[in-house]
Design a protein around this ligand. Structure first.
Ligand code: TRP
Ligand code: SF4
Length: 440
């Protein structure tokens, strides 16, 4: 078996997500990405829903957006930084970027005071976002301040009911109403980049950890529910179902299709079939479906509808905790915070659990296991730009020519340099908060 330095071993644990939950493997679309982010190249981003639609928009220079959120409940660490970097990368590719500070969620679910949320939101998340390169043409907001989003949340709540939402989140009779509202706020966070005020319907990607997939699924469902038409692929043609369209809207849809050059258009009472599909390849890849959907969305929005496109998502693997187990904000020994004293960070690396053997001679004989090593993981995720350097270390570790002591020392040094630079950039970001509409 050929092991690649960031391959099969990591991804295996996640493969059941593909079959069980309908997440698609990122591998298949990776070749179509011009200059993929290192997270993509290194299989840290391992899965997606509907990311093809975002890629197509990127390649065809149509509007798209990226959106994710952070709950201000503790310190921001390297795990959160991944989401930040993913937002920023998409912004650099031309996407409109949105970052929510989920203070409604933190207040409702964790009982954190509004002022604490504000402080954590700015100090832990917003400053790091700016320091990492988030540009002011994007949108950073506190949920409670964003009334476009909050109004949409109310609208979405009118389309969701208690049983389905509690089946996803395990609500009970004791769950507070505010907790339920915060779930709707998250869906509205995700969909509001498609409101008219932000340029209307467009593909939006949500970079998150795989644990957030239930939110994505619910939101995709709500997006469908707000639509007046459903555009679907049949074997050889495209069918457009008018869910609550009414005759006028059905006629307008037919007209839009004909003036876009589709002629074999058959309109029935509740659906329209588009039969003259010349572009079979487009039908297969989904691009034709999207093209027709764009026409239909225009018909919807012209009549005051939302015309939402179901949000896309990309999923990254979690980092292992430095002390084994999960990396978590609530366990200081498991993570390194972005505001961590660099010296303390270096010490955490020196104490971290590695894939090394009990003693030196055994390690020389048998080699280490980089795929189980949290120190190696830090390099792959964050501290090395150089793929060949990583391949080399991977080999040296496995064949027993690299020892954990020297390896950890090197990584500890790198993390200190990284943090010192990041923290300097955070200081500079403090001056720039007004550019982002953040009042202190
Ligand atoms: N619920 C997310 C968390 O616990 C935070 C969040 C709020 C979010 N709104 C979002 C994530 C929108 C993605 C998209 O961290
Ligand atoms: Fe990890 Fe380095 Fe030790 Fe290998 S040598 S197990 S990569 S710390």
């Amino acid at each position: 078996m050929k092991l690649d330095p960031w391959g099969a071993v990591f991804v295996d644990d996640y493969s059941k997500l593909f079959d069980e939950f309908g997440i698609s493997s990122f591998d298949k679309i990776l070749p179509g990405i011009d200059k993929p982010h290192p997270y993509m190249r290194r299989k840290i981003i391992f899965g997606h829903r509907n990311y093809d639609s975002v890629l197509r928009a990127m390649q065809e220079h149509r509007p798209f957006a990226v959106m994710s959120g952070f709950m201000p409940s503790g310190r921001a660490h390297f795990g959160h930084m991944m989401v930040m970097n993913e937002i920023i990368w998409h912004q650099q590719q031309g996407g409109d970027a949105f970052a929510a500070i989920a203070n409604m969620e933190a207040h409702a679910v964790r009982g954190i005071s509004w002022s604490k949320c504000r402080e954590l939101g700015i100090n832990e998340y917003i400053l790091s976002l700016i320091a990492l390169g988030f540009e002011p043409n994007g949108h950073i907001y506190f949920q409670s301040d964003n009334f476009k989003m909050r109004n949409l949340a109310f609208e979405l709540a009118a389309a969701a009911n208690f049983s389905e939402v509690s089946a996803i989140y395990g609500f009970s009779g004791e769950t507070s109403i505010a907790h339920m509202e915060s779930v709707m706020a998250q869906s509205a966070d995700i969909l509001h980049p498609q409101l008219e005020e932000y340029g209307g319907p467009k593909p939006v990607v949500i970079p998150v950890g795989a644990d957030q997939d239930p939110h994505i699924k619910l939101t995709r469902d709500l997006a469908y529910r707000m639509r007046r038409f459903l555009v679907e692929r049949r074997e050889e043609y495209v069918s457009i179902r008018g869910k609550s369209a009414g005759v006028d809207l059905m006629i307008a849809a037919e007209k839009a299709l004909r003036s876009a050059g589709y002629h074999e258009v058959k309109r029935y009472e509740e659906h329209i079939d588009v039969l003259d599909i010349k572009n079979q390849e487009g039908l297969r890849s989904g691009s034709l479906l999207e093209e027709i959907d764009r026409l239909i969305i225009k018909v919807e929005t012209d009549q005051g509808g939302y015309g939402f496109i179901p949000p896309a998502s990309i999923y990254h693997r979690f980092m292992t905790g430095l002390a084994g187990g999960k990396m978590s904000s609530s366990k200081p020994e498991s993570h390194i915070a972005l505001t961590e004293d660099p010296k303390v960070a270096g010490k955490k690396i020196m104490k971290a659990i590695t894939g090394g053997k009990q003693n030196l001679s055994e390690q020389k004989k048998l080699g280490g296991e980089p795929e189980k090593c949290s120190v190696y993981e830090f390099l792959v995720f964050h501290l090395s730009d150089d793929d060949s350097e990583l391949s080399e270390l991977y080999e040296q570790c496995r064949n027993g020519s690299k020892m954990c002591g020297t390896c950890k020392k090197d990584v500890a040094e790198r993390i200190q340099i990284f943090l010192a630079e990041h923290q300097k950039a955070r200081e500079a970001a403090k001056e720039r908060l007004p550019e982002f509409g953040i009042k202190v």
